[in-house]
Design a protein around this ligand. Structure first.
Ligand code: GDP
Ligand code: MN
Length: 375
């Protein structure tokens, strides 16, 4: 999970890496502008390359500041909606360095990288002048010894007192990388200012998803879910909203994906993915209700392969939803496997069209939709 720059900078600051004075804002209140001598205004989105994409501004007057804030908030930078901005004291840059720690895909080892060519896209530096990036693989049982990073700093041309300062920042970055179970920890650029300070002007911290349970303070999956997705999650249902008009319910993630594929193959456009399985298979009725809350849904296809989740139990859940008057569009079901024969009987009795073969069911769905649209 990627952290926002302002979140990563808070951590950097706590762990002793110097960051610019700054604050997160969500409106154009001029107080924020007036608190600093010169400012930089940075869109908070989960992507790099914001500078080039127009997401970073240097307003010099309050009027300019307010104009920039109002233009950036709600706009899209690199496909992400800008919901907040970071206001910071603008640094007078003498030199921009690069520092990064990540995991090497080739051998799974931790790699520490530094370069004198910070600020720009580091991948480009790697391609065009790979000699300008100094990298070292780390044995995590031994950690990152200071002499190694001093040596790296020297190799990129850092001298005297600054060697130790850059080396210290790398050691701290490494300890953040370990402490927060990061996949990537990066400072690009690490700025040497004209008045000789070393400051992290940007901060990137990407936490390994499988380790998030150890960092509950960063949980924010909710932000990216639609309202229906949030509701489904409260019932433990795996639901993903899409933009078509055919509702889909299936037991098992694989069967759901196969159902989406079959529907698309016959020219349909699914409205969602919804998995009822394991302990949730008895929730078929609730699942149906959630699928139907999406106003775009014109028809629903249920596709079930009975295993531990028995088809007859699923059928009962669906029938109950029908009895409660919750099913307001046509429903076509395919069922086979454990409890399927019984399940099909239950559904037929409730007036639902049910098949054994899901391809037949999918064709039926497309046929009904085409008919409704007058094709
Ligand atoms: P990114 O484009 O998303 O990586 O955003 P950065 O925070 O790295 O900013 C991009 C570029 O904007 C930097 O490489 C700098 O050249 C410039 N920049 C960012 N902050 C400052 C600042 O405080 N002062 C100056 N002069 N330039 C800055
Ligand atoms: Mn950057």
């Amino acid at each position: 999970m990627k952290l926002y720059e302002y979140e990563a900078k808070k951590i950097f600051e706590m762990e002793g890496i110097p960051v610019p004075k700054g604050e997160k804002i969500e409106d154009a209140d001029p107080d924020a502008f007036n608190r600093y001598e010169k400012i930089v205004l940075k869109s908070q989105v989960l992507s790099g390359g914001r500078g080039k994409a127009g997401g970073i501004k240097f307003p010099e007057t309050v009027a300019e500041f307010q104009k920039n804030v109002n233009e950036l908030l709600g706009s899209k930078i690199k496909d992400f909606e800008v919901k907040s901005l970071l206001v910071e004291e603008k640094l007078d840059i003498d030199q921009e360095l690069y520092c990064g720690i990540t995991i090497s895909r080739a051998d799974g080892k931790v790699v520490v990288m530094v370069s004198s060519e910070g600020g720009v896209d580091i991948e480009q530096v790697a391609k065009e002048s790979p000699g300008k990036i100094i990298s070292e693989k780390i044995d995590i049982r031994k950690g990152l010894p200071i002499h190694k990073v001093i040596d790296m700093a020297r190799k990129i041309g850092i001298r005297e007192k600054k060697e130790l300062e850059v080396a210290n920042i790398l050691v701290k970055l490494y300890s953040i990388f370990r402490k927060y179970d990061a996949e990537t920890a990066e400072i690009n650029p690490l700025v040497i200012t004209k008045d000789d300070r070393i400051v992290a002007a940007d901060a990137k911290l990407d936490i390994y998803d499988e380790a998030l349970f150890r960092h509950p303070e960063f949980k924010r999956e909710d932000e990216f879910f639609t309202e229906l997705e949030r509701e489904a999650r409260r019932y433990g249902l795996g639901y993903v909203e899409m933009d078509g008009n055919i509702g889909v319910i299936g037991n098992g993630a694989g069967l759901n994906i196969a159902t989406l594929d079959i529907l698309r193959f016959y020219g349909g456009n699914p409205a969602n993915f919804l998995e009822v399985s394991g302990r949730t298979y008895m929730l078929a009725g609730k699942a149906l209700e959630i699928v139907l809350k999406n106003a775009k849904v014109k028809i629903v296809m249920g596709n079930f392969f009975g295993s531990i989740s028995r088809c007859d139990v699923i059928a009962q859940g669906i029938t109950n939803a029908i009895k409660e008057g919750k099913v307001t569009v046509p429903l076509i079901v395919a069922m086979r496997g454990n409890g399927a024969e019984e399940g099909r009987k239950i559904l037929k009795k409730a007036g639902i069209e049910v098949y054994e073969d899901d391809k037949v069911a999918a064709k039926k769905v497309i046929g009904i939709l085409g008919h409704a649209e007058g094709n």
